[in-house]
Write a protein that binds this ligand. Structure first.
Ligand code: TYD
Ligand code: MG
Length: 453
């Protein structure tokens, strides 16, 4: 039979019989790559051998059995919270992150507790059995119910899984596994898509919880098609600066819980440690009395978190001023520089400006606007903020300050860590705020600067 040729967009997974320079679906250039489909090869051929648990016929919604939703707890509080209280039976979870950030370490550590009441199969396409064993012994993991397999051929993985019948299957990583019927190389769009599809069907049919690891490319998106994110139940991103000790686990999608929660970890010699008190950890060693820094309080999920925003403003030596932002949105920072110039009379157009969040955290909440403005202004005037000051608040385009949510909770967190003054927008706080906290409510950026600098 004749082989069919198709073209597939590596960004969005769009399929077409014709080649395009620009993907008609997502508009990306040069992403269509060719792949050949062998006739009669489909996901079915592998799955046919495995018994199916649910046949698909329409049923009444009320008649669907929902046995008490049980979850596998990992014993790692920070991970369980991000998952929404543990991993749901039969769910399909993707853990993404840059190479070397600690995905394999996290999943291996997760096995330790999960093995106690479930059978776990850890499939690695990247490391040999010996390497996994060495890593596990470094992490202090030794569980009789943890099985390890070094394999990259999907067919073998599925047939071994069929024999072992684990409750939890971990595939490390989706970029290394392949299906031999397909001609493209492992890690390519077609392979990733087909392998993930097969695993998804397996998870649903056999009620096996599957974790897959996915590498993130330099643009920060998952290497491989976007379609991977649509297929899975949960997408967790593991981020952080490799040079710093802190790692942050975030849910980008979660069918069984909130996507706001984050988990904070610290990489140590013995693997990842949970950070129980992230605010204190982020602030450790923060300088007092030096210009260009301000303590911000943001809400991550349900928890308030204090972080130090630093800024450096320096005269541009020549040409176009340089601006860089680490841990905050670049465009937001540029916008705030413009607001400072226009609404507070600060001439920044011929200054370089650098903003950084200490500890490698990413603060995307608008409440970080005011602390960022204060840090930049403090560096520009070369004058430190008074000691014990924290702040939060969103800045509007006219330089006005806008209210943010959970203000009282933020104030309590600052109070707990020894801050005594809070610069914030005009908003109602209720009665439950610390009595000896000095609350300074301001209406505009200009007023905030007048109060503290
Ligand atoms: P790893 O889990 O292999 O990353 P990924 O699977 O995301 O590619 O983690 C690799 C890094 O973690 C490596 O640079 C070494 C570091 N590490 C420690 O610092 N301590 C440890 O106990 C372990 C296991 C790893
Ligand atoms: Mg790894």
């Amino acid at each position: 039979m004749k082989q069919k040729t198709h073209f597939l967009c590596s960004d969005c997974g769009y399929e077409s019989p014709k080649w395009f320079g620009k993907c008609p679906s997502c508009g990306a250039w040069n992403t269509m790559s060719e792949f050949k489909i062998k006739p009669e090869v489909a996901t079915r051929s592998v799955l046919q051998n495995t018994k199916s648990l649910n046949n698909s016929k329409p049923v009444r919604m009320n008649e669907i059995e929902t046995e008490n939703e049980t979850r596998f707890e990992s014993g790692i509080g920070e991970l369980d919270r991000v998952l929404g209280g543990g991993a749901v039976h039969g769910s399909f979870v993707l853990v993404g992150g840059e190479p070397g950030i600690g995905k394999s370490t996290l999943l291996l550590q997760m096995c330790q507790e999960m093995c106690k009441n479930a059978r776990v199969l850890y499939v690695s396409g990247e490391e040999s059995l010996r390497q996994i064993r060495l890593r596990a012994s470094r992490l202090g993991i030794s569980s009789p119910e943890l099985y390890v397999l070094a394999e990259t051929d999907m067919e073998n993985i599925i047939s071994e899984t069929d024999i072992l019948q684990p409750d939890i299957l971990i595939i490390d990583s989706i970029q290394t596994v392949y299906r031999s019927e397909l001609q493209s190389a492992p890690g390519g769009t077609t392979q990733i898509k087909e392998c993930a599809m097969l695993l998804m069907q397996y998870a649903k049919r056999h009620s096996v919880t599957i974790f897959i690891v996915g590498h993130v490319n330099k643009e920060g998106t998952l290497a491989g098609p976007k379609i991977l994110e649509h297929m899975v139940d949960c997408v967790l991103y593991f981020e952080g600066e490799q040079t710093g000790p802190f790692r942050c686990l975030r849910a980008a999608k979660n069918r069984f819980g909130s996507t706001n929660e984050i988990g904070v970890f610290e990489m140590s010699d013995h693997g990842l440690l949970e950070v129980q008190n992230p605010s204190a950890a982020m602030l450790s060693g923060h300088p007092t009395g030096s210009p260009g820094n301000c303590i911000a309080c943001v809400i991550e999920g349900t928890r308030p978190l204090l972080a130090e925003v630093q800024a450096l403003v320096a005269k541009t030596a020549f040409g176009v001023p340089r601006r860089t932002a680490a841990g905050v949105d670049y465009n937001r920072m540029v916008l705030l520089l413009a607001i400072l110039e226009k609404r507070a009379g600060m001439f920044l157009s011929n200054s370089d400006a650098y903003v950084n969040v200490v500890g490698g955290m990413r603060l995307d909440e608008p409440a970080v606007d005011l602390p960022m403005v204060l840090a930049i202004a403090s560096s520009f005037r070369d004058k430190p903020l008074p000691e014990g000051v924290m702040s939060f608040g969103e800045v509007g385009l006219t330089g006005e300050l806008r209210a943010v949510s959970c203000a009282a909770q933020r104030i309590w967190e600052g109070y707990r860590l020894g801050f005594h003054t809070c610069i914030m927008p005009e908003q109602d706080l209720g009665d439950n705020i610390p009595k000896d906290m000095n609350i300074v409510k301001v209406k505009s950026v200009a007023e905030a600067l007048k109060m503290v600098l």
